[in-house]
Every structure is written in C-alpha cells, then in structure tokens.
Design a protein around this ligand. Sequence first.
Ligand SMILES: *Cc1c(COP(=O)(O)O)cnc(C)c1O
Length: 354
Amino acid sequence: MSRFLHPRFEALEAYTPGEQPKDRRYIKLNTNESPYPPSPQVLTALGQEDLENLRLYSDPVGFSLREKLGKLYGIKADQVFLSNGSDDILNFAFLAFGEKGACFPNTTYSFYPVFCQLHGVGYSAVPVGSDFSVSPADYYDQNRLIVLANPNAPTGMALSRADIRGILERNRDSIVLIDEAYVDFGAESAVPLLADYENLLVVMTYSKSRSMAGARLGFALGSPAVIADLETIKYSTNPYNINRLSMKLAEAAVDSDDYFRQNCKKIVATREQTVVKLKKCGFQVLPSKANFLFARHPHLDGGRLYEALRERGILVRHFTRTDICQYNRITIGTPEEMQALLTAIADILDKEGI
Ligand SMILES: *Cc1c(COP(=O)(O)O)cnc(C)c1O
C-alpha cells in the first residue's frame, strides 16, 4: 500500500479470482468457463471485423445488441443494460442501490462483500442451512438490497421461481438482484417476473454458458427506470464500457442462440454423469443446477485433494474458509476432461489408502 491511498481503502480485502497459471498445461476446472468454443457465427463475425475501425470508439448506447437481447428475453431494449462483464453490473448495483444496506447468503459469490466494503454498504450475511440451502423466508421484509446468485455459487443449488416471487412480494421497496450467471444450466430464470416487479434486476453474463469469458460481456434485465439508473452510473464511470469487437461478437452470439443451448445440454449431461461417478468414489456432492459441482470426500481433506489434483495437472477451486474447506468446486469440462479427473481421483484415493 502506498502512503497516497485513501484511508477508506486501507482495510479493503480485494476479491481473489481463480488462478490462471501459466507454468504448465492444466485441465482447467477452476473458474467455470465453458469447455466449448464460442459459436461458429461468433468466430465468423470476428473474422469479418474491419480491425482498422479500432481507432473509433465503440457505441456507448449499444442499441442493436440491447434490442436483440430484449427480443430474446421478451422485453424492450430499454430494459436491457450492457456491461463489461457482469461483475461490472454488480459493482454498479451495490453503488446505486445500497443506501439502506444489503443482504445475501453467508455462502455465496465472494465478490458481494467486497463490493459492500468498496462502497461502504453495510451488509448482513444470512447463514445458509446446514445443507447449504438458502431459505427464502430469511429474505422477507428486509427492505434493503437483496442479492441472490441463482443457482448459488459455489454450491450450485437453486431456488425456484416461486421462491423468488415470494421474496419480491415481501420487498416491494428495495431492489432484489438475482445473479443468473449459471441459470442456463438448469435453474428457473426470474425473467418472467419482470412483468410484475419493477424492483427486480436480473443479471446475466456471456462468460459461462455462452463460452465468452474473455470477451467480458454482462447484461442486466430490469424495469426501464432501474436500467436508466444503471446507465447514469455507467455514464459517470466509463461510457464506452463495451469494446467494439465484443459488441459485435455478442450480437452474433444472440443470433446463434441454439448453439449455446446445445452446449448447455451437453454440459448438463456430463454433470449428471460426473455426479454418479463421484458418488461411486464416496464423494458427497451437492445437488447442482450449474456448470460446476461442490463436492467433498469424507475421508480426504479438501485442501489435500486440491493439491494432489494440481500435481496431476488438474485445477479445481478450493476455498480455505473453515466451513467449506473440505469441499472443492469442480467445473464441468468435456466428457474427456471429466474422465481425466475421475482417473486422477481414483489414483489419489488409492495412494492415500482410502
Ligand atoms: C462468474 C460469475 C459472475 C461474473 O462473471 P463476469 O465474467 O464478470 O460476467 C457473476 N456472478 C457469479 C455468481 C459468477 O460466478
């Protein structure tokens, strides 16, 4: 820390992103990226771009992409907000809507408390159940910014649309933000509830299901007034927040929506096969509606498993927090990658005498 830093940030504990090591080739099952490439239409669109146009600013309004996304989700272009990854939207939302504080589960995306610290938003971290379930009634009558990842991370467990409706019904005067980064892998989206609740903000990303984590594209769907608020923050921060190339690629991705839905089906099938096989090896696996599994072995320390997999060239995500340190979060890769994982696990269990 330099002596120039505003004292307000002295104690700020930044978010720790999943590692992206370069020391060797890894099977990367640690940051929930898609194992499949972006759609062929996206790759074609990239090839057709006149790169000399990079001298020009990108379109700050993004109308054409907003219109396409609006059509896809059955709403209007002025109900769509675009951003540089959905983390950007979360940042804006805590800044814009956190006046009365925020609440979210104590086991969830670990970026939420960082945004609270960054913006001086008080928050309560609501304990999840002993089975990691989120209880909707805990969020009734909170009257402050409610943030729920659905499916939740790192558990993969999902609330139903009826659960979300219940929470919206009991918090008419504050924003309920549903972070749907993983919704395409089998959970119920809250999007149909937008018609009934002006305080609902649904946040989505191209990073996971659409195979475009490196393009940095997120979007939010909400009522026109809430979207306008986010626009105000965006124009006060970084008006050209989406680069020209990503904007083009994002449109091509919406045009090839079937492609990514097929990928999601493949990933869900691989997930279900992997659950069966992990359970056969003795793992306890939480019920996941996401593109990852949260699993522990009763006789093998979570940190030890993480290290042993790493030595074998397989990266998963391990959290050191005491209540979840026996678990690892494993991204669903291709069937071949999951087979390599299972082979490595069998070897590790064997070597550990389990
Ligand atoms: C990955 C992730 C995001 C954001 O990812 P971006 O790449 O910034 O769009 C948001 N929320 C959750 C729960 C995530 O896991």
